[in-house]
Design a protein around this ligand. Sequence first.
Ligand code: FMN
Ligand code: NAG
Ligand code: NAG
Length: 501
Amino acid sequence: MLRPLALAIGLALASSGSSVIKCDTSIPVESFIKHKGSRDIWISIDNKVYDVSEFLRSHPGGAEAILKYAGRDASKAFKKQHVASILGLLPKSAYKGVLEGSLEEELSEEEILLEEMKKKKPALSHIFNANDFESVAKQILPKDIYTYFATGADDEATLRECAMAYSRVFFRPRVLQQVEDVDLSTNMLGCSTAFPFYITSFAGQAQLHPEGEKVLAKVADKNNIMFIIPRLATKPIPEILEEIDPQTPVWWQMSANHADPKLERAFAEVAKYDQIKGIFISTDSAVGGNREKDFKVRQQVTNATSELSGYAAIDKTYPSITWDDIKRYKTLTDKKIILKGIQCTEDVLKASELGLDGVVLSNHGGRQLDYSQPPLEVLVETMPILRQQQYYDKEKFQVFVDGGIRRGTDIVKAIALGASGVGMGKAFAFPLATYGEEGAQRLVDLLKMELSRDLKLLGVSKISQLNESYVNTKGLYNRIGNYADSYFRNYEKLPAPVFIK
Ligand SMILES: Cc1cc2nc3c(=O)[nH]c(=O)nc-3n(C[C@H](O)[C@H](O)[C@H](O)COP(=O)(O)O)c2cc1C
Ligand SMILES: *[C@@H]1O[C@H](CO)[C@@H](O)[C@H](O)[C@H]1NC(C)=O
Ligand SMILES: *[C@@H]1O[C@H](CO)[C@@H](O)[C@H](O)[C@H]1NC(C)=O
């Protein structure tokens, strides 16, 4: 059982077998709860006690996320974010023993309030677009969890501009075309799909729904939508695959922030699943982005004043991977390889020269380098140059975009400008968080309606007819004007530092 679990986060489990403790110490609850000082922090997960005082500082999710549970039961929060096997990566000395007695489950004021809000949430039929789901999520998710999903890097210029770029492109419809039926199907990476959008990989789905990645996997399969399993999945890969017809192609995203030998082993393991047709390698995360809003809100939630609060650690354990590593990965598998997180024309050309299968123009939805250009701008700059390359074959090398896509019109604009498909992350995260499977299905239905209507009004009956002549991009670089009202209804500015109470 350990093997597939480990695989889900792409970590080989060399260490976990050896962390089995032969003789457990009992720790009475009364003494456990005392370990909540600033340098002495114990937490309990499934009645096992861990001393995380040291580990805190290097926790990829930041110290705050753990501090909140000092001297408390962290099981629920831990499971929302991790697969169980990751505990094997803690140093052996962190394990203190088994908790004796039981901790009372205390609901916080916030939790009580959120339960009330959940009972009053709008009927699904009152949800009309992707941004409506986010408005509901803001009211029923714990503030720190909502913020983790909604945040961008630094001042969030890229986060906002990813979405706003779409609002600067306008249409040039052809009227009187007598379009009867609209066909929304298309081909991505050699596989036919029902829609020109796909559900992209994003970490921590169990924070939004107890079934984690299984929910969106199921909805994707039912609707013939391309689905990417994230490396930081909260469910093991075999469990996610159970939700998907064995004949349906699936994709896997691998994080590539270090030339980690374990990562290479995970890569080889995933290559064994026939159903996984290709690997999206994230290239935009040499280090984690500076998710300042996320840290600030977590400080507020925990009232933290210690010097520990704040930033997630910069991982210096391994060097960043390079183009040479990509060449090596290519020799390790026959599956398709797509580079995700490409942010300029030069790198698109490099990827296509290497004979890879495609790129995703993406900046991680604005979560990595702030002021990285909106992917739509990169697309507009790149496609004319790419098409001039002698080796370029649009069947063999596809360009995708993600970031800020919320509406059917956003999708149509990207396709008209040369994208083979668009990825959607947060747009699917919030229906998952608010209405689960039914919510995600509603979003698919709404997008289907929007796309069908948009194409009819444009005078187009199928995706392959879309081209540059249907859009006007002259306003693209005028970075003023916020037309997308429903997007800005949800946007929250970074909070100011808080005075000590
Ligand atoms: C909460 C969250 C976690 C994410 N985690 C990952 C990840 O682990 N790996 C990755 O390649 N991209 C990750 N992404 C980026 C998405 O794959 C995608 O690029 C981005 O969400 C697109 O922007 P959108 O959310 O506006 O659609 C994450 C995005 C979010 C919102
Ligand atoms: C933070 O402080 C506020 C106001 O004093 C209080 O209501 C809240 O319970 C505190 N939160 C925590 C996690 O201690
Ligand atoms: C774009 O589509 C229009 C309308 O179908 C067509 O007339 C035109 O030739 C196409 N342009 C290109 C570059 O394919």
